[in-house]
Design a protein around this ligand. Structure first.
Ligand code: ADP
Length: 222
């Protein structure tokens, strides 16, 4: 299965990408997590992108295209992948298409998480993230088992530096300008599937299973 998940920040892509990845046993790559790992490890890439992320801007296409191409070239991505937060611009979508074309591969679906404004703001302002493994929580909707600690690795949860009201607003503007045009791009290619991002996690999990179950997918569910 080869899937991309896109939609506004806070739409729930990360949560569902993780779940789909476990269910379908294909690796998932979250562009934001990859970039944050570079920042944490103070790599050359991390140094170049830190202020861009803090401001809620997008890193240049060339930078992220290279990063994702190198992830997708790993052996574990041969049978499929789930991409969360990439592509995010038309230039990135074209780069991904070229990359897949060279490998004679195609996308099975582009899942668009259609989400309303109020829900986005509520989810982002209540979001807490694990700085070690990237798992997202929400103070009310997805609380960790022990307050303030990651269920997976026990690390202290943090508020993301770009989840401040001013930066959230800017990320939404960037989304409207740069990412929303992907809707038309993938609609034209016949792979667009709109999913209700406002729904709660279990409802949407069922809906995704239904949608993907109907789809003729590459690779098999385990
Ligand atoms: P969200 O979807 O909640 O905005 P992400 O973790 O996907 O969170 O992204 C966080 C930030 O990382 C973005 O605001 C942007 O600065 C950077 N980023 C992530 N994905 C991309 C991408 N495909 N292209 C450019 N920048 C990206």
């Amino acid at each position: 299965m080869r899937l991309i998940l896109f939609g506004p920040p806070g739409a729930g892509k990360g949560t569902h990408a993780r779940h789909l990845s476990e269910k379908w046993r294909v690796p998932h790559f979250a562009a934001g997590d990859l970039l944050r790992a570079h920042i944490r490890n103070a790599t050359e890439i991390g140094k170049r992108v830190k202020t861009i992320l803090d401001r809620g801007e997008l890193v240049p296409d060339g930078e992220i295209n290279e990063l994702i191409a190198s992830e997708l070239s790993k052996p574990q991505a041969e049978q499929g992948f789930i991409l969360d937060g990439y592509p995010r611009t038309l230039g990135q979508a074209e780069a991904l298409e070229e990359f897949l074309k060279r490998r004679r591969e195609t996308l099975d679906a582009a899942l668009y998480f259609k989400t309303s404004w109020d829900v986005i703001v509520d989810r982002l302002s209540g979001r807490r993230a694990c700085p070690q493994c990237g798992t997202n929580y929400h103070v009310r909707n997805i609380p960790p088992k022990a307050a303030g600690k990651c269920d997976r690795c026990q690390a202290e949860l943090v508020e993301r530096s770009d989840d401040q009201p001013e930066t959230i607003r800017h990320r939404l503007e960037v989304y409207e300008k740069d990412t929303a045009p992907l809707l038309e791009y993938y609609r034209k290619r016949g792979v667009l599937q709109e999913v209700p991002g406002d729904w709660n996690i279990s409802e949407l999990q069922e809906e995704l299973a239904r949608i993907l179950g109907k789809q003729k997918l590459t690779g098999k569910r385990q």
